[in-house]
Each structure stands twice: as structure tokens, then as C-alpha cells.
Design a protein around this ligand. Structure first.
Ligand SMILES: Nc1ncnc2c1ncn2[C@@H]1O[C@H](COP(=O)(O)OP(=O)(O)O)[C@@H](O)[C@H]1O
Ligand SMILES: [Mg+2]
Length: 365
């Protein structure tokens, strides 16, 4: 019996998108169906190119067609992605050219927030997403060093006088460090910082981006508030080490985003353990074991990943090439790629079932 498009679609209508909990046909994820004799070929349009469930979905499609249509069909599943944005479905674009603003935050400094933000950005870009990274930390900008942007390299403006981000490793970058050197930054006051942040967000030529990662300075101060007032954040990623002091601050960070109705996408545990290169089977929990994992459980937010302490990770940051590019086989790079995929996945889930985050109005009393 000849294979018909209706039969194939009926089979695919039994395949559920594991996170979105509806079938691929209802979700309008099946495109370009072509049948040629026993060959069935179609494209599944995912909600992120960094989907960690790609292989699972492909396998389920094949199984359904073999089961319901023809056990001998040759099934080719191409994957494409159309990143979703809060409040809209995958077929619509965002209001800005930026589909998702994702804040990477921590209560405490030095926990590896910038390192995580940089590697998330590069990992998502590697998987095919259009990605930007904005470094909002004026007193300790890290993006110039981590991406190897020379001190004399300054962003230019376009004809509309919008700042053009500098591109490195496939990521569009803006950093306070491009505009002011650290020695001068100390004289910047809160409102100046806020207005600079606002300018980066609203008046920069980011183009069309799937994800704009915002590397926030530590804490819960002015800049964080400016940010939630300026753009509708899709969500926040909280970085913490397993240490008690860091966890207490991470808890405050989660509470702050909760108060302003920004969803917390999850927690990344950084410096989770150390494996000495000469003892590859050992794990030493230098800052305590699984502290952030427990915090994620307590607060009922996803644990996005556990990144080990690695000398190579630190060196990569200092040398200007994030570790996911420089040493993709290292344990920390693998953990960071997994964390990036998990973050993208949480963004898709959040966009599927939550209303858009409104920029909030802060009332001063
Ligand atoms: N998992 C890790 N292993 C080794 N060094 C790390 C790790 N995470 C961060 N670092 C190093 O720790 C320092 C602080 O990290 P950074 O990302 O700048 O933190 P933050 O932005 O939170 O202040 C940097 O020198 C960075 O290279
Ligand atoms: Mg930093």
C-alpha cells in the first residue's frame, strides 16, 4: 500500500513533545513532508536548536511511522528550529529583534557568573542559535578579557547612531568594559550605570537574536532593577557555588527575581567538585557537596548543571577563548554545554506555558 501524507501525519500526531506535552502535529512542528516511494522525509521545527531531546524526538518519529504506517519505510527526520519568545508562538517574532532576554545572576561575586554566561552564550551559538552577550558589570567587566577583545577595540555606531556590538566566537558582544576602563568606572554613579545599561538594551544594533544573555553584576541593586524595568526578561539563571555563604546569596537572588515576577529558569552549580588530572576517578567537594542542587530542590527550581573546578576553564577565560571552544572534551566544557541546552529547554518550556513577563514599574515610597 502506498504511503500517504495523511497516514504519516496521523502517526506523528501520536508523538508527544516531551517538554511541551502536546503532539508534534498540534504544535505545528512538522514541515516539508515529502514521500517518495518508501522514503518519508520531513522537518521537525524545534523550539531551540540547542534542544537536548533532539535524538529522542527523532527516534520517536521513526518508531511511530514504522508502527503505524509501514515497517519498512525509510524515515529521514531533518531538524530545524524556530526559537520561541514569551507570550508568542514559534511562528511569530519578538517585539524587539531579541526573542529572549536571559539574565545570568548571582548574589555573590566571584562564583563564576561571567564564566558561565560566556560559555552559555558560545555553546548556544555553536548549536546554531543567534546569540548576544551583554556585560552589565561596570565595576568588573569580564567580557573583553574572556573574549579576547583588545583594549583599544571600541564598538562603532551605525547610521542611526546605534552602537554595533563587537562579534567574537559567533556571539555579539557589548560590555561596559568597551566604553570605560576600570580605573574610571569607580566614579560612575548608580543612575549613570542604569542609563548606560538602558542604552545597551534599547539603543544597540543587536539585530535578530534568539537569546541575549545578560551578565549581571553580583547582588540585588540598581542595575538589576533597571534591567527588569527596561526589558521583559524571559527568565534568570542563578549561579552559585556549593558554599553556604554563596547559597545564602543565591537564595536572595531567587527571591529578588520572584518579587519582580521574573521566572527563575534554574540554578547552575559552579565549582561543584574537583577531579585532579592524575586521579580521574576522584571527585573532591572543595566547597561542600551538592549545596546548589539541594537549594534548587528546596526552592523547586531546575538544576541546570554542575560545573567542576578546572584549571583549563580558568585559563581559557584569561586567554580569550571560552572553554567550550578551546577544550570541548573537558569535563567542564561538557557540563557547560549541557547547562546551555538545559537553559534553552527551560526557556522553551517557559515560553510555551507562561504569559510574557512585563517590564515592571517600580514605585518608590
Ligand atoms: N569552574 C571553575 N573552575 C576554575 N576556575 C573558575 C571556575 N569558574 C570560575 N573560575 C574562575 O574564577 C574567577 C571568577 O570567575 P568569574 O566568572 O569572573 O566570576 P563572577 O563573574 O561571578 O565574579 C575567574 O578567574 C574564573 O576564571
Ligand atoms: Mg563577573
Amino acid at each position: 500500500m502506498a504511503i500517504t501524507p495523511d497516514a504519516v501525519l496521523a502517526a506523528l500526531a501520536t508523538v508527544e513533545e516531551p517538554d511541551l506535552k502536546r503532539d508534534l502535529v498540534t504544535l505545528n512542528m512538522v514541515r516539508d513532508l515529502k514521500i517518495d516511494g518508501r522514503q518519508v522525509r520531513f522537518t521537525v521545527v524545534l523550539t531551540t536548536p540547542a534542544c537536548p531531546l533532539k535524538d529522542l524526538i527523532r527516534q520517536r518519529c521513526k518508531t511511530a511511522i514504522h508502527r503505524d504506517v509501514d515497517p519498512d519505510a525509510e524515515v529521514i527526520v531533518d531538524m530545524d528550529a524556530n526559537v520561541t519568545t514569551p507570550g508568542l508562538d514559534a511562528t511569530q517574532g519578538g517585539s524587539h529583534g531579541v526573542k529572549n532576554f536571559i539574565a545570568v545572576a548571582s548574589g555573590k561575586g566571584g562564583v563564576g557568573k561571567s564564566t558561565i554566561a560566556a560559555n552559555l552564550a558560545v555553546a548556544l551559538a555553536q548549536e546554531g542559535a543567534a546569540v548576544g552577550l551583554m556585560d552589565a558589570d561596570i565595576y568588573g567587566p569580564s567580557v573583553p578579557t574572556m573574549f579576547g577583545v583588545a583594549p583599544d577595540e571600541k564598538p562603532r555606531v551605525n547610521e542611526e547612531r546605534k552602537i554595533i556590538p563587537i562579534e567574537r566566537h559567533g556571539v555579539k558582544l557589548l560590555s561596559m568594559g568597551f566604553l570605560v576602563d576600570e580605573a574610571n568606572a569607580v566614579v560612575w554613579r548608580g543612575p549613570m550605570v542604569s542609563s548606560a545599561v538602558r542604552q545597551f538594551l534599547n539603543d544597540a544594533d543587536w539585530g535578530d537574536l534568539d537569546y541575549l544573555i545578560l551578565d549581571l553584576p553580583p547582588g540585588t541593586g540598581d542595575i538589576q532593577l533597571t534591567l527588569v524595568q527596561t526589558v521583559p526578561l524571559t527568565g534568570a539563571v542563578i549561579v552559585s557555588t556549593p558554599q553556604e555563604v554563596a547559597l545564602a546569596d543565591a537564595r536572595k537572588g531567587v527571591a529578588m527575581f520572584g518579587k519582580v515576577n521574573v521566572p527563575v529558569l534554574g540554578i547552575v552549580e559552579n565549582m561543584a567538585y574537583f577531579t585532579p588530572p592524575d586521579l580521574p576517578d576522584r571527585k573532591y567537594y572543595l566547597f561542600g557537596e551538592a549545596g546548589a542542587k539541594k537549594l534548587a530542590l528546596q526552592l523547586d527550581v531546575p538544576l541546570l548543571g554542575e560545573v567542576p573546578i578546572e584549571q583549563d576553564l580558568r585559563e581559557s577565560g584569561d586567554l580569550g577563548t571560552p572553554i567550550v571552544l578551546r577544550a570541548p572534551e573537558s569535563a567542564s566544557a561538557k557540563a557547560l554545554v549541557a547547562a546551555a541546552e538545559e537553559t534553552a529547554r527551560q526557556v522553551s518550556i517557559r515560553n510555551a506555558d507562561a504569559p510574557a513577563t512585563q517590564p515592571i514599574e517600580i514605585l518608590y515610597r
